[in-house]
Design a protein around this ligand. Structure first.
Ligand SMILES: *Cc1c(COP(=O)(O)O)cnc(C)c1O
Length: 243
């Protein structure tokens, strides 16, 4: 098969996958008494090349989420995300903050105060305001970074100290689930926290986004109040970690 034909088939497959996910999102929303248009679809693009990302953008994802600074830096000049916002969703080292601040519409994965302070400083240096989400380690997993729910509350209350940032919501990656539905309680806890913070009036805070739910559990996340799901595998197929 020619490379061109293969690329066309892959593009078509991505479009079909996205159409299927949209239908599943709408069904989950309606079942929960929510409006389908309340929930954004973020394509988690790690390990997929610019052509695949462009296919996802053309097929109508709401935004793209990149995990690694190196991939972001490579795909930006290739125009991979053109036409849609790009978010950073991976663990971010402070020495790479410069390469991300001002380049992405939203940093979803602000997982510690030190990183928040570093992003704030870089944003002020550039004269921009960087939109962020706080990542919450909702399963209290030792292997994961992220704020505790209490620390996230506290950080939201203190956002006035970080005028280079605007807090737009929360993000979570719950524990890998063994059985379907395992993560519902974590999603519900995240939603409670989101509502709690939303009810307060804090400077530099405008709670619009609750980012949770991935390929295997997005319907549960939508039922519990997610406003943005981040989907990789169900759009692009399995990632090949051996290349
Ligand atoms: C990879 C990734 C996703 C998507 O995971 P899938 O299971 O492939 O849908 C979502 N969020 C983050 C932060 C990721 O790294």
């Amino acid at each position: 098969m020619t490379e061109r034909l293969w690329a066309e088939m892959y593009t078509e497959q991505i479009a079909q996958n996205i159409a299927r996910i949209r239908a599943q999102m709408a069904e989950a929303a309606i079942r929960a008494g929510r409006k389908p248009e309340e929930i954004m679809l973020c394509a988690a693009t790690k390990m997929n090349d610019a052509e695949a990302v462009k296919a996802a953008v053309a097929a109508g994802v709401d935004c793209c989420g990149e995990n690694r600074v190196q991939e972001l830096t490579a795909k930006l000049p290739q125009g991979a995300y053109e036409g849609r916002p790009v978010h950073f969703i991976g663990h971010l080292q402070t020495n790479k903050v410069k390469q991300v601040v001002g380049k992405v519409d939203l940093i979803q994965s602000v997982d510690r105060i030190e990183l928040l302070a570093c992003i704030d400083k870089e944003a002020r240096k550039q004269g921009v305001v960087q939109n962020i989400l706080l990542e919450v380690n909702i399963g209290a997993e030792e292997s994961k970074s992220g704020f505790t729910p209490e620390a996230a509350q506290q950080a939201a209350a203190n956002m006035t100290e970080f005028p280079g940032c605007r807090l737009l919501g929360l993000m979570a990656i719950p524990p890998v689930s063994v059985h379907p539905g395992d993560n519902c309680r974590y999603f519900a806890e995240m939603h409670n926290l989101f509502v709690d913070i939303s009810r307060k009036t804090y400077d530099n805070v405008s709670m619009e986004c609750l980012s949770m739910g991935m390929s295997d559990d997005f319907a549960d996340a939508i039922r519990e109040g997610s406003t943005m799901i981040r989907v990789g595998t169900a759009i692009f197929g399995p990632r090949n970690y051996n290349v």
